[in-house]
Design a protein. Sequence first.
Length: 71
Amino acid sequence: MMARGARAAGFAASAAVLLGTFGAAPAGADQIPPGCDSNSLTLTVTKDRTLVRNGDVSTYTVAVANDEAGA
């Protein structure tokens, strides 16, 4: 019983050290290009047909843009 308590205490101490290590510094990100301070992500998904039957092959196109003002 004593060994189980010692393992639990060791685990708790290890978890506290890990949490302290990961939470030590705030997250940050580089602003590249300079002045980029927001996201304006636009995601457009299109397909080549609207009516689909079993066995048909559909082609999907995904377009992603992040080019609005400030992005």
